[in-house]
Design a protein around this ligand. Sequence first.
Ligand code: ASP
Length: 441
Amino acid sequence: MTLKVLKFGGSSLADAEHYQKVANIIKSEEARRYIVASAPGKRYSGDEKVTDLLYKSFKLASENAGVGDVFEKIENRYNKIIEDLGITFNLEEKIEEIAANVSSQKTADYLLSRGEYLNAMILAKYLDFEFIDAREGIFFFQDGTLDVEKTNLRLREILANHRRAVIPGFYGALPDGTIKTFSRGGSDITGAIVARAVNADIYENWTDVSGLMVADPRYVDNPKPIDKITYKELRELSYMGATVLHEDALFPVKKTRIPVNIKNTNEPAAKGTMIVSEIAEDNAEHIITGIAGKVGFSSINIEKDMMNSEIGFGMKVLEVLRKYGISFEHIPTGIDTMSVVVNTSSIIECKEAVIADLNDAVRPDHIEIEDGIAMIAIVGRSMIKSKSIAARIFRALAAPGINIKLIDQGSSRLNIIIGIDENDYILALKSIYGELIEKEQ
Ligand code: ASP
């Protein structure tokens, strides 16, 4: 029988109205048995997420500024949900428990995690599901990394005894029992961990959009949704800024090839985006799966005659970057030229020193750092077997007169990455989308 794990994000559990939608979704299928809950998110623009309020209260308390009305606001959020749902839940007792425990915990994590803890308990009560505390089944090593094996075994053992359960997202326990959270948005990871532990047929990640779009809707009008995407393609797009899942959320499900379906709580009938390990029968409508990009890159351009015969040249360049803790993004090279693309923010404070060290290390004929670069990745698993994509991308950029500064293609040939002037960024996105997607419709 099919088994589904569902994770609901903060916007899906922001108020009683959304709780009702969530309950309808869960009750509509017998297979929907394990639920991971986030803390209540924003109800309207300008509203505050409970996790942000908890963080605020921690900051105020640690500055000895008193928590003001922040804690009251949090209590009010939950009280309203409880009242509107018409359930019996002793919130006061739970708030007292939290207040009593706060001082024995070493970091902010305990307090931050209470948003999911309370929300999952209330949801379990509303659904009449079992509540399983994440601290009983999700474990971190003392250094803060996830203890994958222990987590998987323990969680599997616990959930085998419960046919239906709600588990709070975002946190687990350190070896000494204190609470540790994932980074922000980490309930996505909890969902994937639970899906792996119970060997789910599918991990449904419910949010407030109907999946991923081919391009960023802030820049391209009404982009098409992506029906299916591979884990690898998604990784390429997320790296370039397309956000839909926490970036570590795919690792647990990737191991067991569990598909992830991004779904919309406000539009449950929409198919959403299916993220899979591979797509055997590929009848994708377009060769391109998605387009994503980012501004804020700098290119360190180095020229030296006979560079190609100087063994270890690249290593010396990268050694200098390592010394300054700068990670490189791309390294397009020519015979006697080498460019290293980095995030401007990582080099801005130490530009002069990096140039001086590179001059010492490789004695270039010319070296300069060019800022203001935008990178755009055009990603598609079908690109590897199609012929004219590069030509069409260049045509799309040539038409409005956009100058290409860099070109890179990953060895997987899953993507073509181009670097352009930041000022041309939006025009370039629109133009590439027009050429590769709209023209094919
Ligand atoms: N509530 C946490 C956050 O706002 C975790 C999550 O929602 O995934 O980051």
